[in-house]
Design a protein around this ligand. Sequence first.
Ligand SMILES: C[S@@+](CC[C@H](N)C(=O)[O-])C[C@H]1O[C@@H](n2cnc3c(N)ncnc32)[C@H](O)[C@@H]1O
Length: 347
Amino acid sequence: MAASQIPNLNLLRRGRGRGRGGSRGVEDGHSTRTSAKDRVVQGTYVRTTAIDQLVSHFLGSYSPESQHQKKQIVSLGAGSDTRVFRLFASRRPCDVIYHEIDFAVNTSAKIRAIRSTPNLQRALGLDPSSNDVTVSEAGDALHTPSYHIHPCDLRSLSPNLSLTEALPGIDRSLPTLLISECCLIYLSPTEAAQVVTFFTEHLFGPTHEPSESGETQQSSPAATPLGLILYEPIRPNDPFGRTMVSNLATRGIQLQTLNKYASLEAQRARLFEQGFGTGQAAADIDFIWERWVDEEEKERVASLEMLDEMEEWRLLARHYCISWGWRNGGNSAAFNGWTTLQAQPGE
Ligand SMILES: C[S@@+](CC[C@H](N)C(=O)[O-])C[C@H]1O[C@@H](n2cnc3c(N)ncnc32)[C@H](O)[C@@H]1O
């Protein structure tokens, strides 16, 4: 699918209706604007809160010393996501190196927004007049010591590219978290797996350096600690899921990996198979709402929603999941914070 054809799934959800009866509110286009907006607040809220929690459990609590133990985040298909602004505003001096990858058309738009919005620059801690900020001539790449925006089709990442060609500024030795929030689902299963392999094996795999005799030898047996968070729809085969798929299809959207990774179990198996051998976990948004959000917060957010809409929202929430997997890479404790998070057992 070409860049211009890829809609923002998150924005599409904004147009979804309540749909009483048959389609149970999936993309049926008969909603009132106000109620659709309310529900999106709750859908988006849980997703963002859950991923924020995974991110903060990975980064650990902030202290000025923590900048000496930097970690790295790579957001695949970051689009107009704003997590980096919130994160940088709360961790200064910064202890994270943050990379965002997307098609040039999207990275250019984001860089234009940053350049024209002093508040965003302040959130990033940027001084645009300093030499620390470099923007490419085409306006589609941005590099600072802590924040990099890469104009790149993920499918073009290949072991044949040098690091400076592929993703300048990536540090191969830092514990790294990859985030795919509704991104890899647009690729074919093979392409999506190749993207993940590029990171698990090529960029962050055990390093191989030529010996004096010219043979390749393993200089560091331990791979870099690496984690992956995926946020995507699941369960396309029940009545609600079938309606979801068919309504997306009428808009020309085919979520290519949806059938292959259709359940929580399939998502966990995918993470294991794709190199995150230390731990794999998954939960649907309904479970996360129940178990990760405290009662007071739930009441506050649910009050935005008419009570009789709640069941419908929960049905929708059972069709989106977050899965997360990690490998420690030697004895690293980089992802130990994830072991305390409650995952959903079973399918
Ligand atoms: C539904 S949007 C999600 C954006 C963002 N992650 C969020 O949650 O708000 C999907 C994003 O993935 C990007 N994307 C899809 N395929 C891509 C590819 N092959 N290379 C780079 N970016 C891609 C799209 O351009 C788009 O910005």
